[in-house]
Design a binder for this molecule. Structure first.
Ligand code: 8YV
Length: 325
């Protein structure tokens, strides 16, 4: 069996695949492969470990319908046409749970960094601007006891809510399709409408999958309903906020600050004005980027491939309905 990986993967996952006797070929260039290169490499593979922005769409599936599995090195699957993959009877694996804590840590890091303008102060020092102490300039916002509003209270949102509740005594509200009973019981979280989430949150944190329904949901109209001292955090997908509207809301003081691990588009242009705003912290999509988590993701992604090659159900499958066919 041949497995192709679209990026150099943590060895822990590769070792598992090689121990099964599979031949693993990794994309090794320091650039993201093109869609054409993805198709070319997948034509000669039985399974792929997919990381990055390339798409699994009908054109890809038609060219590579022999694939036994598409194993994503991510929890998010917005780059995959899941219905089409199911039609082609290809199971899609992904890596939930193992990255929840690391991603929530990134959201919390962005919250603290933004509320205290940490990145701005770091840049100021680097420019030699540390002569003067002002009791009134460049102040942050205290987040103790404030209200955290979570859009998408799944596993990552739960971990973020837990951090905010236990470390800062924050009050938790959330907007989700389903009720999160664990969060309601353990964190006293309250489910609210999207409108109430916007109106009541001091911190808005996005932890939802990018779906058509959520595309650009944080837009001009949404920011107009937020508190003026609200901080917007997004570690999910950049497509959930409208970046021009966010910028305008920050410039107008409709919203106080933003912490982004995901941008729209990615990578963010180095001249993007958001990067010069003191109340904005931007990271280059490093939500899950700690060694332990990346190893665990690679192991889970490899286990999904192994399960498929052995004719078993994937450990974590995006489209379990594929097995009904
Ligand atoms: C990954 C992510 O780091 O899991 C996701 O959906 O966005 C991140 O954990 C990224 O997708 C790399 O593959």
């Amino acid at each position: 069996m041949k497995v192709f990986t679209t990026r150099k993967m943590p060895q822990a996952g590769i070792d598992l695949l090689e121990a099964e006797g599979y031949k693993v070929t990794q994309w090794s260039e320091d650039r993201e492969l093109t869609q054409e290169e993805l198709i070319d490499d997948c034509k000669v593979a039985d399974g792929i470990l997919l990381s990055g922005r390339r798409k699994v769409d009908t054109a890809f599936l038609e060219a590579c319908s022999h694939l036994k599995v598409i194993s994503l090195f991510s929890v998010g699957y917005d780059n995959v046409d899941v219905a089409a993959a199911t039609k082609f009877k290809i199971p899609i694996g992904h890596t939930p749970d193992v990255l929840s804590k690391a991603t929530a840590d990134t959201a919390f890091l962005l919250l603290l960094a933004t509320s205290r303008k940490a990145f701005y102060h770091h840049k100021r020092i680097a420019k030699g601007d540390w002569d003067f102490f002002s009791p009134t300039a460049d102040l942050g916002i205290d987040i103790h006891g404030k209200t955290l509003g979570v859009l998408g209270l799944g596993n990552i949102g739960y971990e973020m809510a837990k951090l905010c509740k236990s470390a800062y005594g924050m009050n938790i509200i959330y907007h989700n399709r389903s009720n999160n009973e664990q969060a309601e019981k353990e964190l006293d979280a309250k489910k609210v409408s999207f409108e109430e989430l916007l109106q009541q949150s001091d911190v808005l944190s996005v932890h939802a999958n990018l779906t058509d329904e959520l595309k650009g949901i944080f837009n001009k109209e949404a920011f107009a309903k937020t508190k003026p001292n609200a901080i917007f955090i997004n570690t999910a997908r950049g497509g959930i906020h409208n970046e021009a509207d966010l910028r305008e809301a920050l410039e107008n003081g409709t919203i106080w600050g933003a912490g982004l691990d995901v941008t729209n588009p990615e990578p963010m242009d180095k001249n993007n004005p958001l990067l010069d705003m003191p109340n904005v912290s931007v990271l280059p999509h490093i939500g899950s980027a700690v060694q332990e988590t990346r190893d665990a993701m690679a192991v889970l992604a490899a286990k999904n491939v192994i399960a498929a090659f052995k004719g078993e159900k994937l450990v974590k499958c995006v489209n379990p309905e594929v097995y009904d066919k």
